[in-house]
Design a binder for this molecule. Structure first.
Ligand SMILES: Cc1cc2nc3c(=O)[nH]c(=O)nc-3n(C[C@H](O)[C@H](O)[C@H](O)COP(=O)(O)OP(=O)(O)OC[C@H]3O[C@@H](n4cnc5c(N)ncnc54)[C@H](O)[C@@H]3O)c2cc1C
Length: 310
């Protein structure tokens, strides 16, 4: 491992939050080091059409958008390392961040490690991602206008997604493993009362059907084991997200799921000099533009904090 180099700012993560923080910090001449991660570019790297990011009236592919953000960050002096941070010490200043090949120290750290959507984990689902299978109704619902759709899950997010999809879908079937929902009473009532929403109770997805695009799902009854087919052309998986924050356990405050906590209205964590942005701290909006927005906040907060220290 090479000797530790010191940086004013280290940004961990290279999704919209991390790269936006890098653009702002670069323009403030902080020469940020971005530890981009092995899955650099973040969640948008696995999506085709991004139609709701401002400035792209014709839409943009996820990888193209992230490539543009990376180049913009580099243009303003960000150095990008395509490795995972494997150890981070926030107990002492300067802070220390380690990857497989190097150890660096930093006056300030911005955490932008994002989150991962939970998937069912079956091969047919993986094969048909972006071809009818999605983990984000807000992002992809409009792509399947007029079609029958299904949502997997029984919590508030699944109900929100199902209700949102009724704007586009001919019909929405909520597929739930149990006979009762986990969602809050108000969300349950709204979904249960909606004339476009049907429920497949005690059902789990056995197989997503379709060669090129989703044509249906095979459901297995969780009690009898019987299977049946449901004709849908889009399947939204809404069984939760996992923030990528295990590295910070015991160092930064987290909620029960693992989302990092920031002071309301800011990106400041309880450790002075450490800031958080993007999906790693956002269980609610989880959009590229909100991640970019909080990335901007983190860079400005960090820059002001550094100025106060001088
Ligand atoms: C399939 C799909 C489609 C979507 N479509 C849209 C859309 O159309 N419009 C929209 O607005 N939003 C969309 N979203 C949501 C959007 O992608 C996220 O809200 C956004 O990417 C969050 O940005 P982020 O920077 O916080 O985190 P992420 O994009 O999750 O990026 C996190 C980054 O941190 C890195 N990282 C994690 N751990 C480490 C570590 N230990 N060391 C170094 N790096 C690390 C990862 O490698 C990754 O690069 C979609 C999401 C999915 C899953």
């Amino acid at each position: 491992m090479s000797d530790a180099t010191h940086h004013k700012m280290v940004i961990v993560g290279s999704g919209p939050a991390g790269y936006t923080a890098a653009i702002y910090a670069g323009r403030a001449e902080l020469e940020p080091l971005v530890i981009a991660g092995l899955t650099f570019g973040g969640q948008l790297m696995i999506t085709t059409d991004v139609e709701n990011y401002p400035g792209f009236p014709e839409g943009v592919t996820g990888p193209d958008l992230m490539d543009r953000m990376q180049k913009q960050a580099e243009r303003f002096g960000a150095t990008i390392v395509f490795e995972d941070a494997i150890k981070i010490d926030l107990a002492h200043r300067p802070f220390a961040v380690e990857t497989e090949s190097m150890r660096v120290t930093a006056d300030t750290v911005i955490v932008a490690t994002g989150a991962s959507a939970r998937w069912l984990g079956i091969p047919s689902e993986e094969r048909l991602v972006n071809k009818g299978v999605s983990a984000c109704a807000t992002c992809d619902g409009a792509l399947y206008r007029g079609k029958a759709m299904a949502v997997v899950g029984g919590g508030d997010t699944a109900m929100e997604e199902a209700l949102f999809l009724t704007r586009f879908a001919s019909k929405v079937t909520v597929i739930h493993r149990r006979s009762e929902l986990r969602a809050s009473k108000i969300m349950q009532d709204r979904a249960l009362a909606h004339d476009k929403i049907e429920f497949a109770w005690n059902a789990e997805v056995d197989e997503v059907l379709g060669d090129e695009f989703v044509t249906g799902v095979r459901l297995r009854d969780t009690e009898s084991g019987e299977t049946r087919e449901l004709d849908v052309e889009a399947l939204f998986i809404a069984i939760g997200h996992q923030p990528n924050t295990a590295l910070f356990a015991g160092q930064l405050e987290q909620d029960g799921v693992g989302y990092l906590k920031a002071e309301p209205g800011s990106s400041r964590t309880q450790v002075p000099g450490v800031f958080v942005c993007g999906d790693a701290m956002d269980p609610v909006y989880r959009q590229a533009v909100t991640a970019a927005g909080t990335g901007c906040m983190a860079a400005i907060d960090a820059e002001r904090w550094l100025a106060e220290q001088e």
